[in-house]
Ligand binder design. Structure first.
Ligand SMILES: C[S@@+](CC[C@H](N)C(=O)[O-])C[C@H]1O[C@@H](n2cnc3c(N)ncnc32)[C@H](O)[C@@H]1O
Length: 232
C-alpha cells in the first residue's frame, strides 16, 4: 500500500494534507507499518487523516487523535481514539500517556501556532519511545505573524530548530554549545518545506573510524623511511 494512492482513492472522511508531505511520510514511517505501535496525531478536524493512518499502519496500531473541538469526538471508531483538549496543556498530554502508554510516532498538525508547537514539543518529545518519530507539519506558519512567526522572531519554531541543529552537533563544538536532550537523544533532524522530522535515537559510538588500506600513503611512508635511513 502506498499512502499517496490511499489518499487519492479515499472514500472515507475528509483528509487535509499538502502533496509534498506524502513522500516525507513514506520515507520516515514506512518501516513502522504492520507493527505494534502507538500513534498520536494532534489535530483531528474531519477525522479523515486518522482513518488514513489506521489503514496505513495496519491492525496492530493504536491510533489516537486530539483536538480542541469537542465535535471531533464523533469520528471515533474501532482502533481510533479521540480525546478532546488543548495541545499546549501538559496535564492533558500527560493524561494521554497514562491512558495509552508511550507514543512511538507523533504528528503535530494542530493549531500551528509557535507557542503551542514549542510547548507540545518540549513536553512530548522526551516522552516518545527511544527510536520514535516526531513530525511537525505546516511550519510555513513559522514565517507568519498571525501564528507568532516571523523571520526575525527568535521563538519561531524554524529559528528554534536552527539552535537544535547546533545542539545536535554540540559534541564537536569545543564547548561552545552545551549538550542538551537533543544532543543525547536525537539521531537526526530532517528539514523539509514546511515539515520538520525528529528521529529519536542515541549514538553510543561517536568517533572517526577507518578501514582498508591506502597504497599512496604506504609508498609515501616508505619514501620517508628511505630518506631518513639515507641521512643517518
Ligand atoms: C489542520 S486541522 C487538522 C487536519 C487533520 N490532521 C487532517 O490531516 O485532515 C487542525 C486542527 O487542529 C485543531 N486545533 C486547533 N488548536 C488546537 C489546540 N490548541 N489543541 C488541539 N487541537 C487544536 C483544530 O480544531 C483543527 O481541527
Amino acid at each position: 500500500m502506498n499512502l499517496w494512492h490511499d489518499f487519492l482513492t479515499n472514500t472515507g472522511r475528509r483528509v487535509d494534507k499538502w502533496t509534498h508531505y506524502f513522500p516525507i511520510y513514506e520515507k520516515h514511517l514506512k518501516d513502522w507499518r504492520n507493527r505494534t505501535l502507538t500513534f498520536l496525531e494532534i489535530g483531528v478536524a474531519k477525522g479523515g487523516s486518522l482513518q488514513m493512518w489506521k489503514r496505513y499502519f495496519g491492525p496492530m496500531a493504536t491510533i489516537v487523535g486530539i483536538d480542541i473541538n469537542p465535535h471531533c469526538k464523533e469520528v471515533e471508531e474501532d482502533l481510533i481514539h479521540v480525546r478532546i483538549g488543548d495541545q499546549s496543556d501538559s496535564k492533558f498530554l500527560a493524561g494521554l500517556i497514562d491512558e495509552f502508554g508511550q507514543f512511538d510516532i507523533v504528528i503535530d498538525d494542530g493549531s500551528h501556532k509557535m507557542e503551542h508547537i514549542r510547548k507540545t514539543f518540549d513536553f512530548l518529545y522526551p516522552t516518545i519511545s527511544k527510536n520514535g518519530i516526531y513530525i511537525i507539519e505546516d511550519l510555513h506558519t513559522a514565517y507568519w505573524e498571525k501564528y507568532g512567526g516571523g523571520i526575525e522572531k527568535a521563538d519561531s519554531f524554524i529559528n528554534i530548530c536552527k539552535k537544535f541543529i547546533d545542539e545536535l552537533n554540540a559534541d564537536h563544538s569545543h564547548g561552545t554549545v552545551q549538550q542538551t536532550f537533543i544532543t543525547k537523544h536525537t539521531f537526526g533532524i530532517s528539514i523539509y518545506d514546511s515539515v520538520i522530522v525528529f528521529e529519536r535515537g542515541t549514538i553510543p559510538l561517536k568517533k572517526v573510524v577507518r578501514s582498508g588500506t591506502d597504497p599512496k600513503l604506504r609508498s609515501f611512508k616508505r619514501a620517508v623511511k628511505k630518506v631518513k635511513n639515507a641521512l643517518t
